[in-house]
Design a protein around this ligand. Structure first.
Ligand code: SF4
Ligand code: SF4
Length: 62
């Protein structure tokens, strides 16, 4: 399974990851993205990694 994490310090607040996550588990509030759903529901598509200009998102396979 896959687990997503977002580095709050690196996030530049573009909101792209939350917009594009097909699992709808990423939220966006006060200029920062965060995991709003169950991080374990990540499908590992890496869309949030490819759209992030800051390298703030990472996926770990467990
Ligand atoms: S890898 Fe895909 S499913 Fe997982 S959080 Fe990123 S966009 Fe969503
Ligand atoms: S794509 Fe990257 S910089 Fe943009 S909101 Fe998501 S984590 Fe932040």
């Amino acid at each position: 399974m896959f687990v997503v994490t977002i580095d709050q310090d690196k996030c530049e607040g573009c909101g792209e990851c939350a917009e594009s996550c097909p699992a709808d588990i990423l939220g966006f509030e006060n200029g920062k993205a965060f995991v709003s759903g169950d991080a374990n529901d990540c499908m590992g598509c890496e869309t949030c990694v490819s759209v992030c200009p800051a390298g703030a998102t990472s996926i770990e396979e467990k």
